[in-house]
Design a protein around this ligand. Structure first.
Ligand code: GKR
Ligand code: MG
Length: 447
């Protein structure tokens, strides 16, 4: 008898975060996610994690009748029926316009919801077949070690707010301490990088830009390169520099910046893909994005224009299957695959590791915010980075993560007790700079 899905539960959860600055403002003290837990008729449990917020919670809940009772082996059909239902649900509702923050655009995609259905089913399938999820994706498992980067952030001074930001939660080493303290200068960014490298062993660094004037952020990049001459380093100002400024800042950065992520975006009569194509042509630098190449229609346009050489195919908004399909395309078309991230727990980390393990060819180190959350895992065993990499054992099963129900309960309580919901960095920023408003063409601190 093929096992069937007996239950699907959607659990909104929260975790602690630092006051990370980005073009959209400042992270609030809590980040939110939706965890999906399924059980099948033979007692297997499957898990998945997707971005937080009530819209995604409700959409996931609306999928439950299409999932419960279905044979586990029908996961592709189940995901397809959820897609059809959700597409009808959103017809006529506001779609991303490109004017919102990067994360707001991403969270609107129904694909996040599909991933929330697909992943626990893949996890359960992997358990039945005794293979890792990577073996079920694309052309199967390609590698057993996945490289991640150190995602560095400017950090605001939490003491200038009355918000309950976490601190002194882990003073066991420099990274534990430094991640909760203000970092607003190139020196502080280099110190962050050293501390992250010391704990996790990273060889690649990404600085979240779009906070200060571009020239200040480039100083931080040069300081990083000085300290780590062999590292692959990138910056992501979330498209807030003009083309002119991007060219001025990056033209002489070959050999310093390994690639540039969303330096510029739409300008006047020109789309983000057109402007990024000009940037790529005029600088010769590889271009990455999670803003202008986030679904197949955008991908078609980006490839025709040669705007993007590194599509950051995050499984959360591409689905597990979809992001591996992007990796296959990259491999065949001289592009290189990478992954975008938002704050997340270890279930998402496992999802990214499994997807990357199934991605063929040469990859860029995957983004992860997990270093800011290290210690807050929902699985029974904490993830362990070695030399900047996570292992994906070929004899592992499913996502290779065993959910700790007590921890899940506590993360749900944190969500409820603090009235959490959809991420809003403007709210956090307004505590810092009263009256602050998002502006897609200006760094957060330039007002
Ligand atoms: O966590 O502040 C952040 C990032 O800015 C995130 O929300 C972005 O979506 O990491 C992302 C990016 O690469 O643009
Ligand atoms: Mg980005």
């Amino acid at each position: 008898m093929v096992p069937t899905i007996e239950s699907m539960e959607v659990v909104p959860v929260a975790g602690y975060d630092s006051m990370l600055l980005n073009q959209a403002g400042a992270h609030e003290p809590f980040f939110t996610r939706n965890v999906v837990v399924m059980h099948d008729s033979q007692g297997y449990e499957g898990v998945g994690e997707v971005p937080g917020g009530e819209v995604i919670t409700k959409r996931l809940e609306s999928c439950i009748p299409l999932v419960v009772g279905k044979p586990v082996s029908q996961w592709k059909n189940v995901v397809r029926s959820c897609r059809t239902m959700l597409e009808q649900q959103i017809q006529g509702k506001a779609q991303p316009t490109g004017q919102e923050t990067a994360h707001a655009q991403i969270f609107k995609k129904v694909t996040n919801v599909l991933t929330g259905v697909e992943t626990p089913m893949l996890d359960i399938m992997g358990k039945h077949l005794e293979v890792p999820v990577a073996a079920l994706l694309g052309e199967g498992q390609q590698r057993d070690s996945v490289r991640f980067l150190a995602y560095l952030f400017y950090v605001g001074d939490r003491t200038k707010t009355d918000l309950p930001y976490i601190h002194d939660d882990d003073n066991s080493d420099e990274w534990g301490r430094v991640r909760r303290e203000p970092a607003l200068t190139p020196e502080a960014i280099v110190h962050q990088a050293e501390a992250a490298q010391e704990r996790f062993g990273f060889h690649d660094f990404k600085l979240k830009g779009g906070v200060f004037e571009g020239k200040e952020e480039i100083k931080a990049i040069k300081a990083l390169k000085n300290c780590f001459p062999d590292a692959r380093i990138t910056i992501d100002p979330n498209g807030c520099w003009s083309l002119k400024e991007s060219l001025k800042l990056c033209r002489d950065m070959t050999g310093v910046l390994a690639y540039v992520e969303d330096p510029c975006g739409a300008e006047g009569r020109f789309s983000g893909r057109e402007v990024m194509a000009e940037f790529h042509r005029l600088t010769g630098l590889p271009t990455a994005t999670n803003m202008i190449d986030t679904d197949w229609r955008e991908m078609k346009a980006a490839i025709r224009l040669d705007s993007v050489t590194i599509p950051l195919a995050d499984p959360h908004f591409w689905t597990m299957e979809g992001c591996v399909r992007v990796a296959q395309l990259c491999h065949d078309m001289d592009l290189t695959w990478g992954v975008h991230s938002n704050n997340h727990f270890d279930i998402s980390l496992a999802m990214v590791a499994q997807a990357a393990a199934a991605a063929p060819g040469k990859l860029n180190a995957c983004d992860t915010h997990y270093i800011w959350q290290d210690g807050q895992h929902l699985g029974k065993v904490a993830p362990h980075f070695e030399d900047g990499c996570l292992r994906v054992p070929r004899d592992g099963v499913g996502l290779d993560i065993e959910l700790d129900h007590q921890k899940l309960k506590a993360a749900h309580k944190l969500y409820v007790d603090n009235g959490c919901g959809t991420r809003d960095d403007a709210r956090g920023m307004q505590f810092y700079i009263p009256g602050w408003k998002y502006d897609s063409h200006r760094p957060a601190m330039v007002r």
